[in-house]
Write a protein that binds this ligand. Sequence first.
Ligand code: EPZ
Length: 431
Amino acid sequence: MENIIINGGRPLYGNVTINGMKNAALPVICACILNEEPCIIDNIPPVSDIEILLDILVSMGASVQRLSKTSVEINCKHIIPCSSTNEMAVKLRGSSYLLGAEFGRFGKASVFSPGGCSIGARPLDLHMKGFEALGATCGFKGGRIEVESERGPIGSSIYFDKVSVGATANMILASVLADGVTVIENAAREPHIVDLAVFLNACGANITGAGTSVIKVKGVEKLHGCRYAIIPDMIEAGTFMAAVAATSGKVTVKNVIPKHLEAVSAKLEEAGATVIVGDDYITVESNGKLKGVSIVTQPYPGFATDMQPQFSAMLCFAEGTSDVVENIFNSRFLFTDELNKMGANIKVDGNHAVIRGGAALSGAPLFCHDLRAGAAMVIAALASEGESTISGIDKIERGYYDIVGKFEKLGANIQKKEVKTDEQSYTSLSV
Ligand code: EPZ
């Protein structure tokens, strides 16, 4: 096991290059199941969630060839539907996309109830309602979700009463090869939904409206292979931007789509940082003197729930009071107990946190129980005086490639250190 050790209080300077977006790569990789020809996917982030998903495809009979650290050729011609194992699928939420892709190509799907970060209830009722609208029978059997229709998916109208990234992506996957036209209303508008549609269209699909709340999918007979690059990770970029604002310094995040970061940039400017936007880069400059702001998480283009923990950490260093309302996941404030151990003053009541900022924080042993919470702890530790030890860092590595190396290059005093299991245990008790 490894921990991250940070001696905080150093400003950050330089450039950091952002990797491809994990949450865009997951559905695109699953979309390869719909295709009998090979696809080359570039700009894949080399993070553990992606490695696990690629392993799942291999275990199901796909051929996966590494062309480089960030490029992979996937051939799903001989994949066997319903064959993913419980042990592998439970490791990540992204395995839920196997349902849409298997059902879309084979008319049947079966996946063990997908795992993912512990951030609150993560039901699949919207996914199941959607599959049923496409003519499937859905149910749980032995912990597995089973979706089946003798005739395969039939185009239909689907209205979601809640915006869901996962359910929208699954309906796109399920309807690309369907008989007829599918209309998805109140669809998620996230950039990763657009990325999935652009990838599938490049393979011959007929999808319009992605990026708006009404997506239309005209079923096509088959797809063909293509080469496609995943969009940059707006959450990784936003994490570095929040870190610079909290610690002070000047950093350019490169390889970004600035439009995807509008909500983040606007909040940073409101908090007092300087944000300079280029074509494919954003520079953030901060003297560390921030003021409190209010944040309300919402589906895109609102402020992303995946940026809430990192901004909450940053706001501990801002003068005044910040209100943070978390509207998407009901347990996404668990990390605040860890920040309070560092001297932060965060009071949580349901989905509302009040952060009284401005007090000096000091390093502490911290335990990370989910991906973005881990990123928040890294930011808090970088901006605090003294040493912090973060354990449970496998959660961080699910979605951030080389976070330690990237912060080190920006001037942070940060390193990974191997620890024995008995040294680890005291921090694990704090969950
Ligand atoms: C995706 O999760 C992301 N995961 C999450 O990122 C992200 O936080 C989330 O979208 C919101 O942007 C992946 O892309 C793998 P949802 P997903 O369905 O699809 C409710 C990260 O840190 N809901 O958009 O599971 C749900 O409870 C992760 O990278 C239902 O009620 O999220 C939530 O309140 C964490 N029924 C809301 O909808 C359903 O059937 C939005 O969830 C499905 C969802």
